[in-house]
Design a protein around this ligand. Structure first.
Ligand code: PHE
Length: 341
């Protein structure tokens, strides 16, 4: 029996020393010490077969084997647990000094930046901002704006027709008709949006952006337009910026003006941007033509108003020193990324 016990001890040591994982350890534990099927509990059964006088001594030997084994397994288990924990720590380590992955951040499009600036400024003056449709009919895009069929002003607008009745709007001015026929005066509206003309060169794109302004109230005069535009250029360009009105013609305003802002590059002395004139044209406007009010069922004897339209792309180009409008629409990130608000 004693020999057998030495043999079992030897086996346990050699097998347990090879165990590397808690799974292997558990399998050995099951083989040697656990339950009735374990080899050591099995020895207890054999005790019954031994001669009566030998039993106490054998019992002692088996018990001490049991104790030895349970100590040994406990030590080994602690060792293996520690080892496994260290391996896990190593695998799960996060290197907090590692530089973070760079996340590309988008920037607003230069046209969007200028549009938001304008919307902010006009909203501050009490304008309601709204959008009207891009596909228009002849009545809203031309006729109601006092531009009848044979009117020469139509030729200037190189219209994209969809069919005999519909077209892509050539300006945001049909928004004037949309609001005059649906909203009760007095009101102040701002209508930004896309417009389309069959025109394509360095400063013209077939699709571009305009912003229409329309104020309808009692006793509105050109002075109101001028006062409001002075405020606009001071906020948009610089505190020193001034406006200049030049007579012009639009069928839907009478009188009509073209408005210049003092050059924000040279302050009016004359430079390349303003072509030496000290002034830069920024918008068209005027007093709403009586005929337009009549066409929309608004009494021109009761109400007057002013309207203006400006090119958002043009302002974005001027402010950012962009000399080709296509840079805005080629979606080359190297160019667009440079414009931050
Ligand atoms: N619709 C005109 C244009 O596209 C601009 C404009 C708007 C002029 C409102 C006067 C009043 O050129």
């Amino acid at each position: 029996m004693e020999e057998k016990i030495q043999e079992i001890k030897g086996q346990i040591v050699s097998e347990l020393e090879k165990a590397r994982t808690s799974k292997e350890l558990f399998e050995l534990k099951a083989k040697y010490v656990l339950g009735k099927a374990g080899i050591i509990p099995g020895l207890m059964k054999e005790l019954g077969k031994a001669a009566k006088e030998d039993r106490p001594k054998l019992g002692q030997i088996i018990n001490s084997l049991k104790e030895w084994a349970s100590d040994y397994f406990a030590r080994k288990e602690a060792e293996i647990n520690e080892m496994e924990k260290n391996i896990r720590y190593k695998e799960e380590t996060v290197d907090i000094t590692m530089p973070a992955k760079k996340r590309e951040q988008g920037t607003l499009h230069p046209v969007t930046i200028v549009k938001s600036e304008l919307v902010d400024i006009f909203a501050g003056m009490g304008f309601k901002v709204l959008e009207t449709q891009e596909i228009e009919d002849d009545f809203h895009n031309f006729t109601a704006l006092n531009t009848p069929e044979e009117h020469p002003a139509r030729d200037k607008q190189d219209t994209f027709y969809i069919n005999d009745s519909f077209m892509l709007r050539t300006h945001t001015s049909p928004g004037q008709i949309r609001t005059l026929t649906t909203m009760k005066p007095p009101f102040k509206v701002l209508i930004p949006g896309r417009v389309y003309r069959a025109d394509d060169d360095a400063t013209h794109s077939p699709m571009f952006h305009q912003m229409e302004g329309l104020v309808i109230d009692k006793d509105i005069t050109m002075c109101d337009l001028q006062g409001m535009l002075d405020e606009l250029v001071r906020k948009m360009f610089s505190k020193e910026a001034k406006t200049r009105f030049r007579p012009s013609f639009f069928p839907f305003t009478e009188p009509s003006v073209e408005v210049d802002v003092s050059c924000f590059e040279c302050g009016g002395k004359g430079c390349k941007l303003c072509k030496g004139t000290g002034w830069i044209e920024i918008l068209g406007g005027g007093i709403v033509n009586r005929k337009v009010l009549e066409n929309c069922g608004v009494s021109p004897d009761k109400y007057t108003g002013f309207a203006f339209g400006l090119g958002i792309d043009r302002i974005a180009m001027l402010k950012n020193g962009i000399n080709n409008i296509h840079i805005l629409y080629e979606n080359d990130l190297r160019a667009l990324k440079q414009f931050k608000d």
